[in-house]
Each structure stands twice: as C-alpha cells, then as structure tokens.
Design a protein around this ligand. Sequence first.
Ligand SMILES: [Zn+2]
Length: 257
Amino acid sequence: MPEPTPFFIVFLTLWGLCIGSFLNVCIHRLPLKQSVVHPGSRCPACGYALTWRDNIPLVSYALLGGRCRSCRAPISLRYPFVEAITAAIFLWHAMVFGVTPLLAVRLAFACALLVLFAIDLDHQILPDRITLPGIVIGFACSLALPPGPLMSALGILAGGGILWAIAEGWYRLRKVDAMGFGDVKMLAMVGAFLGLRLVLLTFVMATMIGGVVGVVLIASRRANMATAVPFGTMLAVAALVASLYGEPLLAWYLSRF
Ligand SMILES: [Zn+2]
C-alpha cells in the first residue's frame, strides 16, 4: 500500500477543507430543496453576497472574527467545524487506506455520511438526493473495488431489507411509523459501498450506539423514551467506523470463537 507523502498530506488537508466548505452548503441547502451550486452564498441576516475573501475555509472565519463582513451578524461555529472535521476525516482515511483507488471511494462515502448526519440531526430527514445516487455510485465502484459486485448487491438487499422489515413489523404491531424510509435507503447505500458483512456490522453498531446515547439522554433528563435521537445520525457514525475498521473488528470478533 503506497504511503502518503508529505506533499500528499498537505494537498489532502487543503482539499478536505475546501470539500468541507462545499458540504456546509449541502447541509444547509439540500433540506430546503435548493441547488447546491447556484446562487452563491449570502449572509442569512443581511443578504450580503459572499466573495472569495469570505469563503476561504477556516481563514475567513478567523479573520472576520466569526461575523458577517457587512452587518457583523455572528456566523455559526458549525461552518469552520465542518471544514475542520472534513479535513481530519480525509487525513484519517489516508492513514487507513494509503494512496489507493479505494481511498477516493471511501472519501466520497464519508462525505455523504457527514452530510446525512448533519441533516438528520437538524431536520430528521435523509434526503433521497444523497441516498439514491449513493446506492448507484457505491455499487458502480464495487464492480472494480472491494467489496465486489456480489457482496455490494447483497449489501444493498440486506441493508434495505433489515430496516424495511423492522419498519413494516413495527407498523403492523403498533400502528406507528418506527422510522422513515430514509433510514432504509441510507442503510442500502451503506450496503452498496461496504458490502454484506460490513452493513450488518454497521446495523449492530448503530443500534448499540443508539442504546448508549438513549441511556445518557434519559439519565441526564434531556429526553424521555418518546424523544428519539434520529437513527440516521447513529447509522452515519457506525458506517464510518465500519468503513475504516470494519474488517479488523470482524476478524477480532470472529477469532474469539
Ligand atoms: Zn450580514
């Protein structure tokens, strides 16, 4: 596996910051069903159209002191945070995958997960505009790269199938929707990228994370049993872990028997 050179690391960090800036636009606009390329960004308070000087990842936020250049309205700390976390995720992937074709695929997958995480947290929706192309792209990449077309196809069926069966069963039992079909399509996307084994691991880990988060929230009285933390956020975290460390995790687990 080709190790990343110092030049590649610098390149990937800058690229990650710029992509993170674009992911901010996706997180903001996709739930509003707006275009992510047009028009350019504006200050939500005064309508000031941002120029390139206002759009440099991290730097602009720091130079402007976290305020709009025109009206001085505060800008959410989330913007530089998403940029920094994207760059960190990019570097982390390079350490795990090296400079390989699979690195590019898993970076695209991680970007989709990050956007789904943030939108699900804000709006409790998982837009089809990410999950449906994600299924197609994940399968197309698997024609030449791991997990291979068969495992990818089985991953789509298992990922979509598990949640669809749970949602359907819960609906028949309780007559309430346990989850939106956004989760079903998201887990099918995870299956397309990661294959059968890792989509099952993702589901198990997401359920475990959900249990821990639920207990913490209930213990701190921030939620009762009825307030659900959106499952898509936990699927996103679990899928990222599975993408990076799923195979060693499974090997470790299975070696104990
Ligand atoms: Zn403004």
